[in-house]
Each structure stands twice: as structure tokens, then as C-alpha cells.
Design a protein around this ligand. Sequence first.
Ligand SMILES: [Zn+2]
Length: 104
Amino acid sequence: MITLHDAYDRGSDDLKAAIRAFAARHPSAGTSASGTEPEPDWKTAEKHFIQLTEVIMGAAIPEQPDRNGIVRRAEQEALALLLAVNNRPDFRCPICAMPYRSPQ
Ligand SMILES: [Zn+2]
């Protein structure tokens, strides 16, 4: 499965901006007290990107023979989603916004 960092490294400028915005939705604890922008918590952002891909992929899919193709398509959909919501200042990470999932 692609990681958020891989996607960032290979991505266009638009995609890089979208990934940075997504990561910024997951500020690290403890850095905001300094008065500067909190550093993104890439670990959490990475985890939520994977969960987002899994949600898009669906739970029943992993037994399919063309799993790699399905995973790649789900990753592309997840990245397309980040691009689509990037211009919305109020957007929340869909995984963080799911109340029935653990916040981490
Ligand atoms: Zn999140």
C-alpha cells in the first residue's frame, strides 16, 4: 500500500498541497503552546490515510484476486478526495470525523 509520504514525493504540486493540508488537520500535541503553527502529526495523518483507503476499498474486497489493482484504485480515490476537499477551509479528516471510530 502506498504511504502518504510516497504519494507526497511523487505527487504534483496540487497533490502536495492537498496532502500537507490533510496532515495539518492532525496537529501534534504540545507544539501549539509556543504560539507558532503546530507541526503536523504525520504518523496520525498516515494512519488515517490508510484507514480512508480501507474505507473506500470496503471490507469484503481483500479476498479478491485483483487485490493490488483494487488497492491502487482505492488509493487514487483517497488522493482524489484529498484534492477535492483541499480548497474547503472547514474540511475535516473523514476518519477523525467518524464518532464511532477511535480518535487515534
Ligand atoms: Zn484524521
